[in-house]
Design a protein around this ligand. Sequence first.
Ligand SMILES: [Zn+2]
Length: 353
Amino acid sequence: MLKSLLTTASFATLTLPLWAYEAHYGDILQRAYISSSSISQETLDSFKISEAAEPAAIKDLCARLSTTFKKYKWDEDPCGKLPWRATLRTVKNNPLLFITFGTGSDSTLILSAVHPDELTPVPMGFRLARHLTEHPELVASDQQVIIAPLVNPDGLFLNEPTRTNARGVDANRNFFTLDWYEKSLSWWKTVKSKKLSHFPGHFPNSEVETVFQVRMIDEFQPDKILSIHAPLGFIDYDGPGDQKPLKMSEAERQAKYLAAAISKKSNNYRIVDYSFYPGSLGNFAGNERHIPTITLELATTDAKKVDSYWGQFLPGLLQAISYPFKKTIEKTNNTQRFYSDFSDKPKPKTDKS
Ligand SMILES: [Zn+2]
Protein backbone atom coordinates (compact mmCIF):
# COMPACT_ATOMS: atom_id res chain seq x y z
CA MET A 1 0.00 0.00 0.00
CA LEU A 2 2.70 2.42 1.07
CA LYS A 3 4.69 1.57 -2.00
CA SER A 4 1.77 2.24 -4.25
CA LEU A 5 1.11 5.57 -2.50
CA LEU A 6 4.71 6.60 -3.01
CA THR A 7 4.51 5.63 -6.63
CA THR A 8 1.37 7.69 -6.98
CA ALA A 9 3.05 10.63 -5.22
CA SER A 10 6.12 10.55 -7.38
CA PHE A 11 3.93 10.15 -10.42
CA ALA A 12 1.98 13.20 -9.30
CA THR A 13 5.14 15.32 -9.31
CA LEU A 14 5.52 14.46 -12.97
CA THR A 15 2.26 16.12 -13.83
CA LEU A 16 3.44 19.68 -13.22
CA PRO A 17 2.18 22.27 -15.68
CA LEU A 18 4.16 22.50 -18.88
CA TRP A 19 5.86 25.80 -18.02
CA ALA A 20 7.58 24.19 -15.06
CA TYR A 21 9.67 22.10 -17.40
CA GLU A 22 11.23 25.06 -19.12
CA ALA A 23 14.93 24.96 -18.37
CA HIS A 24 15.03 28.40 -16.74
CA TYR A 25 12.36 27.59 -14.22
CA GLY A 26 14.19 24.68 -12.65
CA ASP A 27 16.57 26.97 -10.86
CA ILE A 28 13.90 29.46 -9.94
CA LEU A 29 11.60 26.80 -8.56
CA GLN A 30 14.45 25.55 -6.46
CA ARG A 31 15.01 29.02 -5.07
CA ALA A 32 11.35 29.44 -4.34
CA TYR A 33 11.62 26.65 -1.83
CA ILE A 34 14.80 27.63 -0.03
CA SER A 35 14.18 27.78 3.68
CA SER A 36 14.74 31.53 4.21
CA SER A 37 11.53 33.46 4.02
CA SER A 38 10.73 36.60 2.10
CA ILE A 39 10.63 39.75 4.14
CA SER A 40 7.24 41.11 5.05
CA GLN A 41 5.68 43.12 7.84
CA GLU A 42 5.16 39.82 9.64
CA THR A 43 8.72 38.49 9.25
CA LEU A 44 10.57 41.80 9.63
CA ASP A 45 11.37 41.10 13.27
CA SER A 46 13.55 38.14 12.35
CA PHE A 47 15.73 40.44 10.21
CA LYS A 48 16.30 43.00 12.96
CA ILE A 49 19.49 43.22 14.99
CA SER A 50 18.93 44.01 18.63
CA GLU A 51 20.85 46.90 20.16
CA ALA A 52 22.68 44.41 22.40
CA ALA A 53 23.80 42.26 19.47
CA GLU A 54 24.73 45.17 17.17
CA PRO A 55 28.36 45.89 18.20
CA ALA A 56 29.47 42.24 18.00
CA ALA A 57 27.66 41.72 14.69
CA ILE A 58 29.39 44.77 13.18
CA LYS A 59 32.79 43.76 14.55
CA ASP A 60 32.45 40.30 13.04
CA LEU A 61 31.38 41.68 9.65
CA CYS A 62 34.27 44.17 9.59
CA ALA A 63 36.79 41.42 10.36
CA ARG A 64 35.54 39.27 7.49
CA LEU A 65 35.45 42.33 5.26
CA SER A 66 39.14 42.97 5.96
CA THR A 67 39.92 39.49 4.66
CA THR A 68 37.84 40.11 1.54
CA PHE A 69 39.60 43.44 0.92
CA LYS A 70 42.98 41.67 1.14
CA LYS A 71 41.79 39.13 -1.42
CA TYR A 72 41.30 41.99 -3.91
CA LYS A 73 44.54 43.67 -2.82
CA TRP A 74 42.81 46.71 -1.40
CA ASP A 75 45.34 47.61 1.22
CA GLU A 76 43.17 49.23 3.87
CA ASP A 77 41.04 48.55 6.92
CA PRO A 78 37.57 49.08 5.42
CA CYS A 79 35.60 49.85 8.59
CA GLY A 80 38.34 51.70 10.50
CA LYS A 81 37.25 52.62 14.00
CA LEU A 82 34.12 54.35 12.81
CA PRO A 83 30.80 54.31 14.70
CA TRP A 84 28.96 52.09 12.22
CA ARG A 85 25.34 51.21 12.78
CA ALA A 86 23.28 48.21 11.66
CA THR A 87 19.69 47.52 12.57
CA LEU A 88 18.92 44.89 9.93
CA ARG A 89 20.70 41.73 8.88
CA THR A 90 20.59 39.67 5.71
CA VAL A 91 19.48 36.10 5.14
CA LYS A 92 23.09 35.03 5.73
CA ASN A 93 23.23 37.03 8.94
CA ASN A 94 25.39 39.88 7.64
CA PRO A 95 24.57 43.26 9.19
CA LEU A 96 23.56 46.01 6.76
CA LEU A 97 25.93 48.82 7.67
CA PHE A 98 25.29 52.53 7.61
CA ILE A 99 26.83 55.60 9.16
CA THR A 100 25.75 59.22 9.45
CA PHE A 101 27.76 62.45 9.48
CA GLY A 102 26.28 65.74 10.66
CA THR A 103 22.76 66.50 11.70
CA GLY A 104 21.78 69.24 9.26
CA SER A 105 18.62 69.29 7.19
CA ASP A 106 20.30 69.14 3.75
CA SER A 107 20.88 65.42 3.51
CA THR A 108 22.62 63.18 1.01
CA LEU A 109 22.30 59.40 0.91
CA ILE A 110 25.19 57.50 -0.65
CA LEU A 111 24.81 53.81 -1.45
CA SER A 112 27.42 51.43 -2.79
CA ALA A 113 27.86 47.75 -3.58
CA VAL A 114 24.21 47.03 -4.31
CA HIS A 115 25.75 44.80 -7.02
CA PRO A 116 28.98 43.58 -5.40
CA ASP A 117 30.10 41.58 -8.45
CA GLU A 118 30.89 44.99 -9.94
CA LEU A 119 33.76 45.14 -7.36
CA THR A 120 35.12 48.67 -7.93
CA PRO A 121 32.29 50.44 -6.04
CA VAL A 122 32.82 48.20 -2.98
CA PRO A 123 35.64 50.22 -1.33
CA MET A 124 34.26 53.62 -2.42
CA GLY A 125 31.60 54.00 0.28
CA PHE A 126 34.01 52.83 3.00
CA ARG A 127 36.72 55.20 1.79
CA LEU A 128 34.31 58.12 1.73
CA ALA A 129 33.17 57.33 5.28
CA ARG A 130 36.77 57.24 6.53
CA HIS A 131 37.60 60.41 4.59
CA LEU A 132 34.68 62.31 6.16
CA THR A 133 35.79 61.05 9.58
CA GLU A 134 39.29 62.44 9.00
CA HIS A 135 37.89 65.69 7.57
CA PRO A 136 34.75 66.51 9.54
CA GLU A 137 34.85 70.07 8.17
CA LEU A 138 33.64 68.64 4.83
CA VAL A 139 30.14 68.22 6.22
CA ALA A 140 28.78 71.69 6.97
CA SER A 141 26.52 72.39 9.93
CA ASP A 142 23.40 72.45 7.74
CA GLN A 143 24.25 69.15 6.08
CA GLN A 144 23.89 65.46 6.81
CA VAL A 145 25.49 62.55 4.96
CA ILE A 146 24.31 58.96 5.27
CA ILE A 147 26.52 56.25 3.78
CA ALA A 148 25.47 52.62 3.32
CA PRO A 149 28.67 51.21 1.82
CA LEU A 150 27.70 47.56 1.38
CA VAL A 151 24.05 47.09 0.50
CA ASN A 152 24.51 43.47 -0.61
CA PRO A 153 27.11 41.80 1.65
CA ASP A 154 25.80 38.27 0.92
CA GLY A 155 26.68 38.74 -2.74
CA LEU A 156 30.18 39.95 -1.88
CA PHE A 157 31.20 37.16 0.51
CA LEU A 158 31.21 34.49 -2.16
CA ASN A 159 34.20 33.08 -4.01
CA GLU A 160 32.68 34.62 -7.11
CA PRO A 161 30.68 37.68 -5.98
CA THR A 162 27.21 37.97 -7.48
CA ARG A 163 24.94 40.79 -8.55
CA THR A 164 22.04 39.13 -6.76
CA ASN A 165 21.56 38.51 -3.06
CA ALA A 166 21.62 35.12 -1.32
CA ARG A 167 18.12 34.39 -2.57
CA GLY A 168 19.04 35.13 -6.17
CA VAL A 169 17.22 38.47 -6.40
CA ASP A 170 18.55 41.72 -7.87
CA ALA A 171 17.90 44.23 -5.06
CA ASN A 172 17.88 47.04 -7.63
CA ARG A 173 14.86 45.53 -9.44
CA ASN A 174 12.91 44.64 -6.31
CA PHE A 175 11.65 48.09 -5.19
CA PHE A 176 7.88 48.35 -5.01
CA THR A 177 7.44 50.79 -7.88
CA LEU A 178 3.99 51.42 -9.28
CA ASP A 179 4.88 49.47 -12.44
CA TRP A 180 6.38 46.46 -10.63
CA TYR A 181 3.49 44.03 -11.00
CA GLU A 182 2.68 45.12 -14.52
CA LYS A 183 6.17 45.26 -15.96
CA SER A 184 8.84 43.72 -13.79
CA LEU A 185 8.63 40.03 -14.60
CA SER A 186 7.76 40.66 -18.26
CA TRP A 187 10.77 43.01 -18.54
CA TRP A 188 12.95 40.28 -17.06
CA LYS A 189 11.55 37.60 -19.36
CA THR A 190 11.72 39.59 -22.58
CA VAL A 191 14.38 42.29 -22.32
CA LYS A 192 16.67 40.25 -20.05
CA SER A 193 15.81 36.82 -21.52
CA LYS A 194 15.28 35.55 -17.96
CA LYS A 195 18.88 36.22 -17.06
CA LEU A 196 19.14 34.97 -13.47
CA SER A 197 21.44 37.81 -12.41
CA HIS A 198 18.62 40.30 -13.06
CA PHE A 199 15.76 38.39 -11.43
CA PRO A 200 13.47 40.99 -9.78
CA GLY A 201 12.03 38.58 -7.23
CA HIS A 202 8.69 36.85 -6.97
CA PHE A 203 7.24 39.91 -5.24
CA PRO A 204 8.36 43.53 -4.84
CA ASN A 205 10.04 44.47 -1.55
CA SER A 206 10.60 40.80 -0.80
CA GLU A 207 14.31 41.28 -0.06
CA VAL A 208 15.83 42.72 3.08
CA GLU A 209 18.44 44.60 1.01
CA THR A 210 15.60 46.46 -0.75
CA VAL A 211 13.75 47.15 2.48
CA PHE A 212 17.01 48.42 3.98
CA GLN A 213 17.36 51.02 1.21
CA VAL A 214 13.70 52.02 1.52
CA ARG A 215 14.21 52.41 5.25
CA MET A 216 17.21 54.68 4.71
CA ILE A 217 15.04 56.85 2.44
CA ASP A 218 12.06 56.84 4.80
CA GLU A 219 14.08 57.57 7.90
CA PHE A 220 16.52 60.16 6.60
CA GLN A 221 14.34 61.76 3.91
CA PRO A 222 17.40 62.53 1.76
CA ASP A 223 17.37 65.55 -0.54
CA LYS A 224 19.51 63.62 -3.01
CA ILE A 225 20.73 60.08 -3.51
CA LEU A 226 23.86 58.81 -5.16
CA SER A 227 24.36 55.12 -5.83
CA ILE A 228 27.70 53.79 -7.07
CA HIS A 229 27.85 51.03 -9.69
CA ALA A 230 30.11 49.81 -12.53
CA PRO A 231 31.14 49.30 -15.37
CA LEU A 232 29.12 51.52 -17.71
CA GLY A 233 31.35 54.57 -17.37
CA PHE A 234 28.91 57.44 -16.96
CA ILE A 235 26.73 59.41 -14.58
CA ASP A 236 23.11 58.39 -15.08
CA TYR A 237 20.59 60.98 -14.13
CA ASP A 238 17.67 58.94 -12.78
CA GLY A 239 15.07 61.54 -12.14
CA PRO A 240 12.83 63.17 -11.31
CA GLY A 241 11.56 63.98 -14.78
CA ASP A 242 13.69 61.32 -16.40
CA GLN A 243 13.49 61.48 -20.20
CA LYS A 244 11.20 64.50 -20.23
CA PRO A 245 13.54 67.44 -20.78
CA LEU A 246 10.82 69.66 -22.23
CA LYS A 247 8.66 69.71 -19.13
CA MET A 248 11.18 70.33 -16.38
CA SER A 249 9.97 71.44 -12.98
CA GLU A 250 12.22 73.43 -10.64
CA ALA A 251 13.17 70.23 -8.78
CA GLU A 252 14.09 68.54 -12.05
CA ARG A 253 16.16 71.49 -13.18
CA GLN A 254 18.07 71.48 -9.91
CA ALA A 255 18.62 67.74 -10.13
CA LYS A 256 20.11 68.08 -13.61
CA TYR A 257 22.39 70.86 -12.39
CA LEU A 258 23.49 68.54 -9.60
CA ALA A 259 24.44 65.82 -12.13
CA ALA A 260 26.34 68.41 -14.17
CA ALA A 261 28.16 69.69 -11.06
CA ILE A 262 29.26 66.17 -10.09
CA SER A 263 30.45 65.52 -13.63
CA LYS A 264 32.42 68.76 -13.75
CA LYS A 265 34.29 67.82 -10.57
CA SER A 266 35.02 64.35 -11.98
CA ASN A 267 37.00 65.33 -15.09
CA ASN A 268 33.79 66.07 -17.00
CA TYR A 269 32.58 62.51 -16.69
CA ARG A 270 29.97 61.64 -19.28
CA ILE A 271 26.31 62.17 -18.29
CA VAL A 272 23.50 60.11 -19.77
CA ASP A 273 19.78 60.11 -19.17
CA TYR A 274 18.82 56.45 -19.44
CA SER A 275 15.35 55.34 -18.67
CA PHE A 276 14.86 53.60 -15.37
CA TYR A 277 13.67 50.04 -14.88
CA PRO A 278 10.68 48.53 -13.13
CA GLY A 279 11.67 48.04 -9.49
CA SER A 280 14.86 50.12 -9.63
CA LEU A 281 16.04 52.69 -7.10
CA GLY A 282 15.98 55.41 -9.78
CA ASN A 283 12.37 54.62 -10.53
CA PHE A 284 11.32 54.36 -6.88
CA ALA A 285 13.19 57.36 -5.47
CA GLY A 286 13.82 59.58 -8.50
CA ASN A 287 10.79 59.03 -10.64
CA GLU A 288 8.10 58.34 -8.08
CA ARG A 289 9.29 60.27 -5.01
CA HIS A 290 11.03 63.11 -6.88
CA ILE A 291 14.25 62.75 -4.92
CA PRO A 292 17.13 63.59 -7.27
CA THR A 293 18.80 60.22 -7.77
CA ILE A 294 22.07 59.80 -9.55
CA THR A 295 23.87 56.61 -10.49
CA LEU A 296 27.62 56.89 -10.75
CA GLU A 297 28.81 54.09 -13.03
CA LEU A 298 32.55 53.56 -12.70
CA ALA A 299 34.22 52.54 -15.97
CA THR A 300 35.35 49.02 -15.12
CA THR A 301 35.00 46.28 -12.52
CA ASP A 302 38.79 45.88 -12.38
CA ALA A 303 39.70 45.73 -8.68
CA LYS A 304 43.12 47.23 -9.46
CA LYS A 305 41.51 50.48 -10.66
CA VAL A 306 40.04 51.44 -7.30
CA ASP A 307 42.80 53.91 -6.39
CA SER A 308 42.51 55.73 -9.66
CA TYR A 309 38.70 55.91 -9.42
CA TRP A 310 38.95 57.17 -5.86
CA GLY A 311 41.23 59.98 -7.04
CA GLN A 312 38.95 60.83 -9.94
CA PHE A 313 35.62 60.73 -8.12
CA LEU A 314 36.33 61.97 -4.60
CA PRO A 315 35.82 65.60 -5.73
CA GLY A 316 32.55 64.58 -7.42
CA LEU A 317 31.35 62.73 -4.31
CA LEU A 318 32.14 65.76 -2.16
CA GLN A 319 30.33 67.92 -4.68
CA ALA A 320 27.27 65.68 -4.37
CA ILE A 321 27.33 66.32 -0.62
CA SER A 322 27.95 70.04 -0.68
CA TYR A 323 25.77 70.95 -3.66
CA PRO A 324 23.11 73.25 -2.24
CA PHE A 325 19.97 71.47 -3.19
CA LYS A 326 16.87 73.23 -2.07
CA LYS A 327 14.20 70.93 -0.70
CA THR A 328 11.21 71.18 -2.94
CA ILE A 329 8.03 69.78 -1.59
CA GLU A 330 6.13 68.17 -4.37
CA LYS A 331 3.20 65.90 -4.51
CA THR A 332 4.46 62.54 -5.64
CA ASN A 333 2.47 59.50 -6.47
CA ASN A 334 4.20 56.87 -4.38
CA THR A 335 5.00 58.02 -0.90
CA GLN A 336 3.64 55.14 1.09
CA ARG A 337 6.02 53.51 3.52
CA PHE A 338 6.46 49.93 2.47
CA TYR A 339 7.52 47.54 5.21
CA SER A 340 10.11 49.95 6.47
CA ASP A 341 8.14 51.27 9.39
CA PHE A 342 9.94 50.11 12.49
CA SER A 343 7.61 51.52 15.07
CA ASP A 344 6.38 48.62 17.11
CA LYS A 345 2.77 48.39 16.19
CA PRO A 346 0.53 46.27 18.34
CA LYS A 347 0.38 42.86 16.72
CA PRO A 348 -3.03 41.31 16.10
CA LYS A 349 -3.86 38.88 18.86
CA THR A 350 -3.75 35.25 17.89
CA ASP A 351 -7.23 33.95 17.72
CA LYS A 352 -7.28 30.92 19.91
CA SER A 353 -10.98 30.37 19.91
ZN1 LIG B 1 25.01 47.74 -10.90
